[in-house]
Design a protein around this ligand. Structure first.
Ligand code: S3P
Length: 449
């Protein structure tokens, strides 16, 4: 399937986006371990999250889905049953890595498989700590890649200093820690998204936090609760970047997750010159949610690096497109992790930007992008990667002629309905004009380069 995109008219939109992917995975998993029925609203029914749901069902958890975004999860007090077959995680690294943590606490053997993209992704980062905790876990692929075979058992709590700032690694260890004896602690080189910790706290699991470390105490059963998942800022990122890069463009996103381990994108857009305002409207379920408003200006280039990287890792493809449209050079460094996402995103971004006529230098750990480029419509590949497909759909909104993105089925992994949302985003007749809310919003925090 391909997606055809033309230059956008003036952007004036008020939107919501589907539920947060990271929070959806975690809500389903923690609810499954809980001691009763949990109603989850705003669940993201994307391919990735549905792989987590199918996996939990295969492990004996009853999950009803009366509407695509509502799950009723019947928690079984941490009791899982052996699956009849291997478990397919599709293209979802989060499913495979978080499940590995969960299965580390089970005495039966499970085999986790994935699609070709997931089968290329590194699993040594979870194998090492889970083995230290006492799990029998092997990767069948070359260089510690999937499939994984896991047999858990009696685990011991460890203090693990992770070499990568990865929420998936942290979460796998913390989930295993729930089944371990004593305290399990994870230290990160810099803070990654903290949804697992918040979800644990919301389900009344005792944790402890020090500067860069988070601990969980073993042998706890989550207390069943209902949870409502806010919109995914990583999905909103495509629209936020489009509005920010169009001089005079204006966008309001409502009911969006504003967890401060996820909002670095807003700070970068402010640094690039855009007017960005945000207001947290609720933190009742520990995850902040609210509204973001962006007004576009001619953007200027920036440097994105260091501790900011783990907090906007999924937004870098969209920010690279913003860089191509900005005045001056945009440099992204310390982003090696992009090489091991659903595709090698550094190679994919530079290949596609070049295809649209942008001067770009590929660095080992990032990109140097020379803007502003008059983008040319081109035929581009998604590289089988949802975020590459969507970032270049946004690029197409600023290009001369038509941009064709091939193999866009992968978009369903994180953003079902993206193509329809794109139509609505650029079709003035279908857009509701927003009531100005500027007075009630705070400017997003500018962050130093
Ligand atoms: C995720 C963490 C990030 C992110 C991924 C979702 C999660 O990966 O890229 O899309 O839900 O924990 P890493 O933590 O491996 O960087």
């Amino acid at each position: 399937m391909e997606l055809r995109v033309k230059r956008a008219p003036r952007i004036e939109a008020e939107i919501t986006v589907p539920g947060d992917k990271s929070i959806s995975h975690r809500a389903a998993i923690v609810a499954a371990l809980s001691n009763g029925v949990c109603n989850l609203r705003g669940f993201l029914p994307s391919d990735d999250c549905m792989h987590t749901v199918s996996a939990l069902r295969a492990l004996g958890i009853q999950i009803e889905q009366p509407e695509p975004d509502i799950l009723i999860v019947h928690g079984k007090k941490r009791v899982l049953t052996p699956p009849k077959d291997e478990i397919n995680c599709g293209g979802s690294g989060t499913t495979m890595r978080l499940l590995a943590g969960l299965l580390a606490g089970q005495t039966f053997e499970t085999r986790l498989v994935g699609n070709p993209s997931l089968t290329r992704r590194p699993m040594d980062r979870i194998i090492e700590p889970l083995r230290k905790m006492g799990t029998d876990i092997v990767a069948e692929g070359p260089e510690q890649t999937p499939p994984l075979r896991i047999r858990g058992g009696s685990l011991r709590g460890i203090h693990y200093r992770s070499p990568v700032a990865s929420a998936q690694v942290k979460s796998a260890i913390l989930l295993a820690g729930l089944f371990a004896k004593g305290k399990t602690t994870v230290d990160e080189p810099s803070a990654s998204r903290n949804h697992t910790e918040l979800m644990f706290n919301y389900f009344l699991i005792r944790t402890a936090k020090s500067e860069d470390a988070i601990s969980v105490f073993g042998d706890q059963i989550p207390e069943s609760r209902d949870f409502s998942i806010p919109g995914d800022i990583s999905s909103a990122a495509f629209w936020l970047v489009a509005a920010a890069a169009q001089s005079g463009g204006h966008l309001l996103v409502r009911n969006i997750g504003l967890n401060d381990t996820r909002t670095a994108l807003l700070g970068v857009l402010v640094r690039m010159g855009a007017q960005v305002r945000e207001a947290v409207e609720g933190v009742d379920q520990l995850e902040p949610r609210g509204v973001v408003e962006v007004t576009g200006v001619p953007l200027k280039g920036t440097v994105i690096h260091g501790k900011e990287i783990p907090q906007l890792i999924d937004e870098l493809p969209a920010l690279a497109v913003a860089g191509a449209l900005a005045n001056g050079t945009t440099i992204i460094r310390h982003a090696h992790e992009l090489r091991v996402k659903e595709s090698d995103r550094i190679a994919a971004i530079s290949h596609n930007l070049r295809g649209m006529g942008v001067q770009v230098i590929e660095l080992n750990d990032g990109l140097e992008i020379h803007g502003p480029a008059p983008l040319r419509g081109a035929r581009l590949s998604s590289f089988g990667d949802h975020r590459i497909a969507m970032a270049f759909a946004v690029a197409g909104l600023f290009a001369d002629g038509e941009t064709i993105i091939q193999d866009v089925e992968c978009i369903r992994e994180s953003y079902p309905g993206f193509e329809k949302a794109l139509d609505e985003f650029i079709s003035p007749s279908r857009v509701r004009t927003s009531t100005p809310v500027i007075g009630t919003l705070m400017p997003a925090t500018p962050v130093e380069e």
